[in-house]
Design a protein around this ligand. Structure first.
Ligand code: C2E
Ligand code: MG
Ligand code: MG
Ligand code: MG
Length: 272
């Protein structure tokens, strides 16, 4: 039985969407080792001003430096980590690392930019979440105004009231909050209306074929207009071509993020 487990440990890695229970158990064990062994690294992807291409922020994106498998992307382990609750330890580790690195990034650039960190709904919903953020900022000495937390609509499912309070508390602390992957999942306009967020990130799936799909182009244009009327900044994710850049700039999108400008890179490379 143990042999079987070992052999199938990484079947999910080959692209299987939902892992079997046995695979979950194996991944959970490997994640435990990863958490204890500090195997997570944080890469950074720039967000640039659409008009000037000046860097305005970076998004922290976790990777698993697996001793045998190499660099494992988050899509392959975050769903499991959310199911097991290990995402909380991983999230803490990413927050700490990113806030720590940020001081070096700002020093290097010589001007303030924003650090965006993705927060799992599982982590966000914990009653200790707010005090954890306070502690990380205190320990690393990073000013709250540098930090932006990226949440998805998932944070609002169940206990929407509490989520709203939590976002407000974070805003009062001086931390910014962005709505990630907007337009996917259970997106509701009421979230944009009710939540005291700063920013909306339009999901990459709408940007992809902005230059070939009139429908996507119309949606993106509309979302930009709407978010501006709500007093929010808007980011386009997954910008890969000059044509996409041009369209988004022409329609007043504030910030752009995508391979066209830079892939997510390790800190060292970012500083170059
Ligand atoms: P996300 O927060 O929407 O992050 C953007 C994802 O889009 C990243 O994938 C990034 O590499 C990718 N991307 C950026 N520009 C382009 C582009 O031009 N083309 C394409 N094809 N992709 C682009 P990544 O790093 O694999 O992360 C995937 C997701 O995993 C993230 O989506 C986020 O939901 C989650 N994630 C990453 N790091 C963390 C973390 O530290 N904590 C939590 N809870 N989730 C994380
Ligand atoms: Mg994000
Ligand atoms: Mg996103
Ligand atoms: Mg996305």
């Amino acid at each position: 039985e143990a042999k079987n487990q070992g052999r199938n440990t990484w079947e999910w890695y080959a692209g299987e969407q939902d892992s079997s229970i046995r695979e979950h158990v194996a991944i959970r064990r490997e994640l435990l080792e990863a958490i204890e062994g500090d195997q997570f690294v944080v890469h950074y992807q720039p967000l640039v001003d659409a008009a000037t291409i000046e860097i305005r922020g970076v998004e922290a994106l976790v990777r698993w430096q697996h001793p045998e498998r190499g660099l494992v992307p988050p899509g392959l382990f975050i769903p499991v980590a959310e199911a097991t609750g290990q995402i909380i330890d991983i999230g803490r580790c990413v927050l700490r690392q990113a806030c720590h690195d940020m001081k070096q990034i700002v020093e290097h650039l010589g001007r303030p930019i924003t650090l965006a960190v993705n927060i799992s709904p599982v982590h966000f919903r914990r009653s200790s979440f707010f005090s954890e953020i306070q502690a990380v900022l205190e320990d690393t000495g990073l000013a709250p105004s540098y930090l932006e937390l990226e949440v998805t609509e998932g944070v609002l499912m169940s206990a929407a009231e509490k989520a709203l309070e939590q976002v407000q508390a974070l805003r009062n602390l001086g931390v910014m909050v962005a709505m990630d992957d907007f337009g996917t999942g259970f997106s509701s306009l009421s979230y944009l209306r009710d939540l005291p967020i700063n920013k909306v990130k339009i999901d990459r799936s709408f940007i992809n074929d902005i230059d070939t799909s009139r429908h996507n182009a119309a949606i993106v244009k509309g979302v930009i207009t709407m978010t501006h009327h709500l007093g929010l900044e808007v980011v386009a994710e997954g910008v890969e071509t000059e044509a996409q850049h041009e369209y988004l700039r022409a329609h007043g999108c504030d910030l752009l993020q995508g391979f066209y400008f830079s892939r997510p890179v390790p800190l060292k490379e970012l500083l170059k």
